[in-house]
Design a protein around this ligand. Structure first.
Ligand code: PLP
Length: 461
């Protein structure tokens, strides 16, 4: 399987190289040259299988020659062994025809663990083959950073540097990043918002001299391997609810568009997904873009669902690539316009996007009210991100089963949940001492040169 850039001028790469590279050298994102299609019978055979078996069947065609079958199976097994639920991604029912897919049973209590735990193993295996040393730099609105640190801490040949927006992540999220003791973990509190962190990260990747000097590797959702790992639970959930014999709808709390883009790949592979609904909080650039055709930045307004407080939604570039019929030149042009504030989506591309995705938004008050109502009606305690999804999903429940992705555990956002319900969700026993561990963090200005100097200094240990 070969991977091409959405901007058309970066080298074509195999799976391992695309995974280690992250952002393409032309600034674009890697996508598979062709999406493999599974047969009706192959999809039907997934119903009821262990999660790891579904994962192998879904991801195998994308991995190509990078890993042999036994190695790949083994790494999948290790990736999910540490999850706190035997089903890995269990479904619970919220109401008539409406289900919740719990993606928060991994080690850091958010769906990011599904991809990160696997990528950690895959990268380690690839590095063991090549003997290389790499520096992973990630930007996070809270959950990617903790998941990446959990996946890479203590590994030989890897430093993991995480940029998070100072003061804008929850205490649990921050502590998951600042309390690991391993010397290869570097948590940096950037004086800015998440978009600043992501912009500085892209600046580092676009400085080729620096990129090569420190052997930069990326684990943000711009990394194709992360998207791929997230395709799996669409298959496990949909086949449990009757696919491929009947279609299933999904609603996805969305920020950087990685998770929902994985859903569109599942659909392209032949999984009968009816509606794929983008749910945004008050930072609703994606909902506005689909409604009006104008993708225009407006500034981030911090919310109770901070992992979705984003306005430059990186993976949307992948959706645009397909909506523009794989016209890399058109995508490069749009991304250049975005640097000066925004762009208009062409009529044809807008029609294509509306054919693939529906959308909705939840205000802060609606999010809090949904947390309270779900608890009263079904006994489910939702995190604020999942509540954004549930609220938008309720506007779209139709004839097919609707699955809302529950992207984080409520205990990761205890203040918002307590404000909405009066209940303070407890951390699972395995991380109950999180607030007793000492923190280690470095505060840095939102400045490329300062960040690069710090990365050089840290990896010279
Ligand atoms: C990352 C995250 C999201 C947004 O996912 P994207 O793939 O960036 O769209 C939603 N909820 C939670 C809890 C997250 O950590």
């Amino acid at each position: 399987m070969r991977y091409i850039s959405t901007r058309g001028t970066a080298p074509v790469l195999g799976f391992s190289e695309a995974m280690m590279t992250g952002l393409a050298r032309d600034g674009g994102l890697y996508v598979p040259e062709a999406v493999p299609v599974l047969s009706h019978a192959e999809i039907a055979a997934m119903a009821g299988l262990p999660y790891e078996d579904v994962a192998f069947r879904v991801m195998r065609p994308f991995v190509g020659e990078a890993f042999d079958d036994d190695t790949f199976r083994g790494l999948i097994g290790l990736a999910y062994a540490g999850f706190g639920h035997a089903a890995r991604a269990p479904l619970v029912q919220l109401g008539p025809n409406h289900f919740l897919l719990e993606l928060f049973h991994g080690p850091t209590l958010a769906f990011k663990d599904f991809a990160m735990q696997l990528i950690g193993r895959l990268m380690q295996a690839a590095l063991a083959q090549s003997g290389e040393r790499i520096t992973i730099v990630g930007a996070t609105s809270g959950d990617t950073g903790s998941a990446a640190i959990e996946a890479f801490r203590g590994l030989p040949n890897v430093d993991v540097v995480i940029l998070f927006p100072h003061g804008r992540v929850s205490d649990v999220q921050r502590r998951q990043m600042t309390t690991p003791v391993e010397p290869n973990v570097h948590a940096l509190a950037v004086e800015g918002d998440f978009d600043d962190c992501q912009a500085r990260l892209k600046d580092m990747f676009n400085d080729f001299a620096f990129r090569d000097e420190v052997r930069l590797a990326g684990v943000n959702s711009i990394n194709w391997a992360r998207v791929l790992a997230q395709v799996v639970y669409y298959f496990s959930a949909a086949t449990a609810l009757g696919a491929p014999h009947r279609p299933v709808d999904f609603t996805v709390p969305t920020g950087n568009f990685g998770d929902i883009f994985a859903g569109s790949i599942a659909r392209a592979m032949g999984l009968p997904i009816g509606r794929l609904v983008i749910a945004t909080n008050q930072n609703d650039i994606l909902h506005r873009a689909l409604t009006t055709g104008a993708y225009v930045m407006q500034g981030v307004h911090p919310s109770i669902s901070p992992s979705m407080d984003i306005q430059v939604s990186s993976n949307f570039e992948r959706a645009l690539f397909y909506a523009y019929d794989r016209d890399a030149g058109a995508v490069a042009q749009l991304m250049a316009e975005l640097r000066s504030g925004g762009f208009a989506i062409s009529q044809g591309a807008l029609q294509a996007l509306r054919g693939l995705y529906a959308s909705g938004r939840a205000s802060e008050a609606e999010t809090a009210a949904t947390i309270a109502r779900a608890l009263a009606q079904s006994g489910e305690l939702l995190c604020p991100h999942s509540a954004v999804g549930v609220k938008v999903a309720e506007e779209h429940v139709g004839a097919h089963p609707m699955v809302t992705l529950a992207t984080a555990h409520p205990a990761k956002f205890p203040d918002a949940v307590q404000a909405a319900t009066g209940l303070r969700p407890a951390l699972p026993a395995r991380m109950a001492d999180l607030f007793d561990r000492p923190e280690r963090v470095t505060r840095v200005p939102n400045d490329l040169a300062a960040l690069q100097a710090l990365v050089r200094e840290r990896i010279a240990r």
